[in-house]
Design a protein around this ligand. Structure first.
Ligand code: MG
Length: 156
């Protein structure tokens, strides 16, 4: 069994779509980044890569590479899962904490979870997801995410 922590943060800005956990969330702002800036998928990806002892997301998908400009992070996750699978590993469990003052996310948990289950092939009871506000300390300027990933050997 391999366990690792992933973290990411992106700035909230106007004139961008908001993607979190692989789904589009209706909101007046979105996250700024080279890709779709899905901070939840980025934290998941980094946790998975670290648990598999692979290089981190910035090393594998550099933000200087035009190939990854505005790419959906679901595509990055698929590439990462392929690499992990080649190491005879698969994702067993994820625990996700999103830190976000606005928008309120609780009504999106089930859709995010369903999307992650399908993308990663993990059963719903093995994914934990919740959001916390910073009680205004982050002033709605950013969204951050922590993810703990547990990997196991395939076919075990
Ligand atoms: Mg990122």
């Amino acid at each position: 069994m391999r366990i690792a922590l992933g973290f990411d943060i992106h700035r909230l800005v106007k004139n961008r779509e908001l993607y979190l956990g692989g789904i589009k969330i209706p909101y007046e702002k979105g996250l700024l980044g080279h890709s779709d800036a899905d901070v939840v998928l980025h934290a998941i990806i980094d946790a998975i890569l670290s648990a598999a002892r692979l290089p981190d997301i910035g090393t594998l998908f550099p933000d200087t590479d035009p190939k990854y400009k505005n790419i959906r992070s679901t595509e990055l996750l698929k590439k990462v899962l392929k690499k992990v699978s080649e190491r005879n590993l698969c994702v067993d469990q994820l625990d996700i904490t999103i830190i976000c003052d606005k928008p309120k996310l609780s009504s999106f948990y089930s859709k995010i979870k369903q999307t992650l289950c399908e993308l990663i092939n993990v059963s719903p009871e093995n994914i934990g997801i919740k959001a916390r506000s910073t009680e205004g300390l982050m002033s709605e300027e950013a969204i951050m995410c922590f993810c703990i990933a547990v990997l196991k050997e395939k076919n075990k």
